[in-house]
Design a protein. Structure first.
Length: 246
């Protein structure tokens, strides 16, 4: 879970992943303003909640298909599959996760429930099946509902930049290590890029994000656009690049 300065962290992530054999998907409910910079390298970009619900449902279906494939050959993960059956890794980048959970009407509540369930399923099942989530947010608190709390519990790797309130730091790090929580609250405004990060082993360290500008990441996305596999749902390419990814 990435917190604050998420645009810089996401830019660095996109720049590093762009030349690799990986399928990138984006969810950006701010009209796509942030992630559209990298759309050339994305197999799909959801810019509305309806699009996000559709994309997440497709990704859950893909995850379930991978699960069945693994079961059929007696593999415990996609990494144990024979090379000819191995699936391309998937990384789903969610910018400003709070937008997915805001409820204004009864119809919103049903859609948010579906999105919450599918995000949680991807978080629970995805790693062994080659599907990974990057969840970024300026404000990630329990006030967004139990769905966010349940999702948070499934995210082992955490990154917390400087926070404006203790509640947000608590939401990101509080269930992992109280010392990490205290360290995050001590990051000053002058320490740009400094963060507290916690890995899968539960240990925390102070770290600094690699500074990558949005323009640098955009250039990388354009340079390696040919590596983006086509997707049968949102914004599918006219022709497959390295084979249709299904």
């Amino acid at each position: 879970m990435c917190r604050v300065v998420s645009s810089t962290l996401i830019a660095a992530l996109v720049k590093e992943l762009a030349p690799q054999r990986v399928a990138l998907f984006g969810i950006d409910l701010k009209g796509g303003m942030e992630l559209s910079l990298f759309e050339d390298r994305l197999s799909a970009l959801a810019a509305t909640r309806a699009e996000a619900a559709h994309l997440l449902a497709e990704l859950v279906a893909e995850t379930e298909a991978r699960m069945q494939l693994c079961r059929s050959v007696g593999a415990r993960s996609v990494w144990d599959l024979p090379p000819k059956l191995r699936k391309m890794p998937v990384v789903v980048i969610v910018d400003e996760v709070a937008e997915l959970y805001l409820v204004a009407t009864r119809d919103d509540k049903a859609e948010v429930g579906e999105i919450s369930t599918n995000l949680l399923r991807l978080a629970q099942l995805g790693a062994a099946l080659g599907v990974h989530l990057v969840i970024a947010g300026q404000r990630v608190g329990s006030d967004l509902g139990p769905g966010v709390t349940a999702l948070r519990a499934q995210l082992a790797g955490r990154v917390c930049h400087r926070v404006n309130d203790a509640g947000t730091a608590e939401m990101v790090l509080g269930d992992l290590d109280k010392d990490a929580l205290a360290a995050a609250q001590q990051i000053t405004a002058a320490e740009q890029g400094v963060a507290i990060t916690v890995g899968a082993d539960g240990r925390w360290i102070r770290a600094r994000s690699v500074h990558v500008t949005p323009e640098q990441a955009r250039r990388a996305a354009r340079k390696y656009a040919r590596l983006a596999p086509s997707w049968p749902g949102l914004h599918a390419a006219d022709e497959p690049n390295e084979g249709v990814y299904v």
